[in-house]
Design a protein around this ligand. Structure first.
Ligand code: PLP
Length: 389
């Protein structure tokens, strides 16, 4: 098969779309005013900012005054959790989350523990899911916040967020969901979901890196993370990044319009999984049923994910082992350990994440190269050798 370039790491980041880049250009070239200035140049920018906020609110099904722009998903997660914890500390200091959250959530919780908060990290089942009943079982008198991700960035498992939000509502506890991997990949109506806070990030949906958002339901008490000049209705200081907000709104509009095409992405992904599982001693990580349409995460026993990744890269294929954020660490993925994988199997895992940009030919190319790569590495693996004797 002729060598080609295949990008299959869309959970790490996505290629900015030409239409998205085009949308941001006027705000770099002509409409570069500060939305807070009260002259015409400022008004022009403010009008655009309002329009983009309104567009995003419409696409996510919430009020425009409930959207706060941030610099990234990580900032939005920090803001939601730290802001909610500090603003509600007089009611209690107990937070509930799961063991499979992104570090943006887990590390914020860890740092709050050092400040006197108590955090329950819920176990997940073998598919990486937590049930609404498990959340309810962990709620105490002093619980103020539940934070459960919408979809996992490593294994693609989708959580029952609507049910979890219902349980939180019944107990008067704030419900936050990190929807960074889900927004744009699955249909989302915040109103129907019933959460109090939700986070998203532009670069996961073909906008540039450096723009995120936090939804806070009207009337909910959430403190600030970044104080400053009163932007974002006093909730997030810093002059608004209008070019990137324009890009985010356009990217979200395109993502939502392309949701029907996700069935094609899912079909390609299913073929990828089915073919890769024909390789002996392989297993699928994450739920087959409750899964992001583009995600495939597979473990291959007796070999190292890093070696697979390097050989795949040499063949022109970009994929990852675990999450991009932890790929500079040699520890096995906390998510794979949480679903019960032994260390050595977790180490041999590969995440392939497809988007609308991928084709059936890309999938053929991945399958052929990954089959060859696994065979080649196992031929050199002392572990495999030992196992076969
Ligand atoms: N939350 C999840 C689930 C993610 O996958 C990521 C990024 O990988 C983030 C948060 C952080 O988003 P950002 O890269 O915009 O800071």
């Amino acid at each position: 098969m002729e060598k080609r370039f295949v990008y299959a790491d869309n959970a790490a980041t996505t290629a900015p779309l030409p239409e998205v880049i085009e949308e941001m250009m006027p705000y770099l070239k002509e409409k570069w005013g500060n939305p807070s200035s009260i002259h015409s140049k400022g008004n022009e920018a403010k009008k655009a900012l309002n329009a983009y906020r309104e567009k995003i609110a419409l696409l996510l099904d919430c009020e425009k005054d409930e959207i706060y722009f941030t610099s990234c998903g990580t900032e939005a997660d920090n803001h939601a959790i730290r802001g909610a914890a500090l603003a509600n500390a007089s009611k209690g200091k107990h937070i509930i989350t799961t063991k499979v959250e992104h570090p943006a959530v887990l590390k914020t919780c860890r740092s709050l523990e050092k400040e006197g908060f108590e955090v329950t990290y819920l176990d997940v089942d073998g598919d990486g899911r937590v049930s609404a009943q498990a959340v309810e079982g962990a709620i105490r008198e002093d619980t103020i916040l539940v934070s459960v991700m919408y979809a996992n960035n490593e294994i693609g498992t989708i959580m029952p967020i609507k049910e979890i939000a219902g349980v939180c509502r019944a107990h008067g506890v704030l419900c936050m969901t990190d929807a960074v991997q889900a927004v744009g990949s699955v249909p989302i109506s915040i109103r129907e979901l019933g959460v109090d806070m939700l986070t998203a990030s532009g670069h996961k949906i073909h906008a540039p890196k450096g723009i995120g958002l936090l939804y806070i339901k009207k009337g909910k008490k959430v403190g600030n993370l970044i104080d400053g000049g009163g932007q974002e209705r006093g909730r997030r200081g810093g002059t608004e990044n209008l070019p990137y907000i324009a890009a985010f709104a356009k990217a979200l509009e395109i993502a939502v319009s392309r949701l029907p095409d996700m069935a094609r992405v899912e079909k390609m992904r299913n073929r990828l999984i089915d073919e890769l599982l024909k390789i002996p001693y392989s297993r699928l990580n994450g739920s087959r049923k409750h899964r992001l349409p583009g995600n495939a995460n597979i473990s291959f026993e007796f070999i190292e994910g890093e070696s697979i990744l390097l050989l795949m890269d040499m063949a022109g294929i970009c994929c990852s082992t675990g999450s991009a954020c932890s790929s500079n660490s040699l520890d096995p993925s906390h998510v794979l350990l949480a679903i019960g994988l032994p260390h050595e199997v977790a180490h041999g895992s590969v995440r392939l994440t497809l988007s609308h940009e991928n084709t059936e030919e890309d999938v053929d190319y991945i399958i052929e190269n990954l089959k060859n790569t696994v065979e080649r590495l196992r031929a050199m693996s002392p572990l495999y050798e030992k196992y076969r004797i």
